[in-house]
Design a protein around this ligand. Structure first.
Ligand code: SF4
Length: 381
């Protein structure tokens, strides 16, 4: 039997359905798999009507999905925010997407890995409650192929609290690029990257570089506007995106550099109170999305870039949300909402991620300086 590896809070997840502040039953592509579609051809919601469920299905971007209503909600979601399919016909008629969300499974030759995606606010709460992300089966001590060793090294460095989050992300990208340009790599080479003295040296080298917070802000603002363009056109997540996108547009035209530097410093202080949450978030992302059954070294580098970009976009959206809120204190609600929105917006599969990166950047694999630009440096550490 294959080993099963989970984040150790995995089994604690329960959907809170009608109590959910940001239901997954709206503004999303809810896929309908073949087996479900065949089942739905013969099923109606109640015995009294002959409206078979397949009439609620349409094609979108080459995929069969549930057709949302005018409010962009799933037609099966009732006024009490409960699912009419489950209430009338039971869990077994749900499509695979609805039945498993927010769970994700990757099956490798020697093991199965389970995780929960951050597109659900309940999952963000669970991540926030962990002092440190731990895994069942003590995954960090597990022997395995070289790609698994690389991911373990990435998680170990991400969890090393001697370095700030930004520093850890920059160091990891430097290491990944170094490994990527080697012709071959052995387990002992991977172990060397974890060596504290080597990491300290790398950290000091990064400290000696100059990072301008306004450059990071401007690049992330442009990326944010580019990333949200289609969602805004389609009026998806409007209540979350539109108000902050308007601020981003105004800032992209003109802003007072001195005032913005002060604001960014104030924000950084507020944002740092969520350090544990974001470190945990990044560890979970590295665990669940950097290594997949079909991965090679290049795809690990590409997925890490994407994870770093997601983090940069979350932080920027939260910054804009904080400006909009006009409160000194950065609220957990703002943080959680934008983790969920950006996770939903950027939760593409690997093929789509490569397509986006190839279209938007000169090369699929970035130079180290580009990742450093969007991540930026924090004060101290
Ligand atoms: S987002 Fe999460 S908690 Fe909310 S309805 Fe969906 S699965 Fe349940």
């Amino acid at each position: 039997m294959k080993k099963e590896i989970k984040t150790d809070y995995y089994d604690n997840f329960t959907c809170i359905a009608d109590k959910c502040s940001f239901t997954c039953c709206q503004e999303w592509k809810i896929e309908v798999d073949d087996d479900t579609y065949i089942k739905w051809n013969r099923l109606s919601l109640t015995k009294q009507n002959n409206n078979y469920l397949d009439q609620y299905v349409k094609q979108k971007d080459g995929t069969r999905v549930i057709a949302l209503n005018e409010q962009k909600q799933c037609p099966f979601l009732n006024e009490q925010k409960l699912c009419n399919l489950v209430l009338n016909l039971g869990d077994e008629v749900l499509s695979e997407t609805c039945a498993i969300f927010p769970r994700q499974t990757h099956e490798f030759a020697d093991r199965k890995e389970y995780s929960l995606v951050s597109c659900c606010p309940e999952v963000v709460d669970l991540i926030n409650q962990q002092d440190k992300i731990c895994f069942t089966k003590n995954m960090l001590d597990m022997d395995g192929d070289i790609l698994l060793q690389i991911r373990t090294m990435m998680i170990t460095i991400m969890q090393n609290q001697h370095f700030s989050i930004s520093k850890s992300v920059m160091m990891l990208f430097y290491i990944l690029l170094d490994i990527h340009q080697k012709e071959s790599i052995l387990k002992k080479d991977i172990d060397e990257y974890k060596d504290e003295a080597g990491l300290k040296e790398l950290s000091e080298a990064i400290d000696n570089m100059q990072f301008l917070s306004l450059d990071t802000f401007e690049e992330n603002n442009e990326l944010f506007l580019d990333m949200t363009e289609n969602y805004r056109k389609q009026e998806q997540y409007s209540s979350y995106l539109e108000p902050i996108a308007v601020i981003a547009e105004n800032l992209s035209r003109d802003y007072d550099k001195h005032k913005m530097s002060v604001k960014l410093q104030e924000f950084e202080k507020q944002f740092s109170s969520y350090e544990k949450l974001f470190r945990n978030y990044l560890v979970v992302e590295i665990f669940s999305n950097s290594l997949m059954p079909e991965s090679d070294l290049e795809s690990i580098v590409v997925m890490f870039q994407w994870i770093a970009m997601e983090y940069a976009m979350m932080r920027h959206s939260i910054f804009l949300g904080w400006l909009l809120d006009e409160q000194e204190k950065l609220s957990y609600t703002v943080v959680r909402n934008y983790i969920v929105v950006i996770s939903r917006m950027m939760g593409y599969d690997q093929e789509d991620i490569c397509e986006y990166l190839e279209k938007s950047f000169e090369n699929l694999i970035w130079e180290w300086g580009y990742l450093a630009l969007i991540i930026g440096a924090e004060e101290g550490k």
